[in-house]
Design a protein around this ligand. Sequence first.
Ligand SMILES: Cc1cc2nc3c(=O)[nH]c(=O)nc-3n(C[C@H](O)[C@H](O)[C@H](O)COP(=O)(O)OP(=O)(O)OC[C@H]3O[C@@H](n4cnc5c(N)ncnc54)[C@H](O)[C@@H]3O)c2cc1C
Length: 297
Amino acid sequence: MSGVAVAPERVRLGGLTTLKVGGPAELWTVGNEADLREATAEPFFVLGAGSNLLVSDAGVAERVVRLGQPYATLAAFDGSADVWLGAATPLPGLVRRAQRAGLSGLEGLLGVPAQLGGAVAMNAGTRFGSLSDTLVEAEMMVSGDLVRLPADALGLRYRHSELPPGAVLTRVRLRLSASTPERVAAAMTGVDAARKGQPKIKSAGCAFKNPAGESAGRLIDRAGCKGLRVGDAMIAHEHGNFVINLGAATSRDVDELLEAVQGRVSVALDLEWRRWGGPDGEPPQPGWRARAQRVEG
Ligand SMILES: Cc1cc2nc3c(=O)[nH]c(=O)nc-3n(C[C@H](O)[C@H](O)[C@H](O)COP(=O)(O)OP(=O)(O)OC[C@H]3O[C@@H](n4cnc5c(N)ncnc54)[C@H](O)[C@@H]3O)c2cc1C
C-alpha cells in the first residue's frame, strides 16, 4: 500500500486543450476533497475545460489537477435561482439549463466552452455579461484547507481574477434572476448572432485582451495580420484575435505568431490566454485570508 488514493496518468496536454497544443504532464483526476488535498500537496496547475490555455510543447513538470465527475453537478441543478454547483460543471450545459428554467443572468456566456471553475478564474464573458454578474461566493481548496470567499473578495474584473495563490475552486454559488424561458432565449439571440463570425476550427478563443476602449481583433485586423501563419498556427480570417491550429501547430509556432502580431500592432497587447510551461503570472491576492471562511471537509 502506497497510501496514494489518486492514480496519476501520463498524458499529452494537447489532447486536453481546445487549441490541441501542449506536451506531456502527470494528470491527477480527483473525485473528492481528500484526493484534491493529496494531489495539490506538490506544485500543480489546475485544468478546467482547457479552452483558454497555451501549453508548452515540452509539457509541464508540475502536476496537472483536474476535477472529476463528482464536481460536475449539472444534473443536480433543479432550477433554483440561488444555486451551488460543482466547479467542473460544463458552462454550456448550465447556460442552456438556466434558459429552460426561465432563469436569467448567464445568457451573455452562451457559447463559452468553459467549466464553471475556469469561467470564474477567467471571469469569462462577452459584452453581454460576465460570470461575475451572477457569482455570490466560491468554495476552494487552498493549501489543503477548504474555504469560502465572497465574490467581491476574488478581484474579478475583465478576464481577470485574483484567487488566493494555489486555490482550486471546488464549488460555486450563483444567483440568477427569475424570468421566462422565452425572454432568456430572446436575449440569447443577440449573443449568438455576435458569435457567428468566430472560426469553427481548433482555437483557444481570443488570444489577447481588448485594450481599454479598443478591440484587439480590430487592431490585429487593421495591422494586416489576418491569415498570418507560422507553421500550422494561423490568425483566423474570420476574427483577428483568434489563433487557429490548422492541424499540427506547436507552441513554438503559436509563440512566434503572437510575437509577429505584436510586432505589427502599434498598441501593446496583453495575452488573455493562460500560459503553462512558462510563467503563469497569476497574481497573489494578499488580503484573501482575512475574508476566507473555513469549510469543514
Ligand atoms: C471557441 C472559443 C470561444 C471562446 N469564447 C470566449 C468568450 O466569448 N468569452 C470568454 O471570456 N472566453 C472565451 N473563450 C475562452 C475560455 O472559454 C474562457 O477563458 C474560459 O473561462 C476558460 O475556462 P476553462 O474551464 O476552459 O479553463 P482552462 O482553460 O482549463 O483554464 C483557464 C484558467 O482557469 C484556471 N482554472 C480552471 N479551472 C479552475 C478551478 N477549478 N479552480 C481554479 N482555477 C481554475 C486554470 O488553472 C487556468 O489558469 C473561448 C474559447 C474558445 C475555445
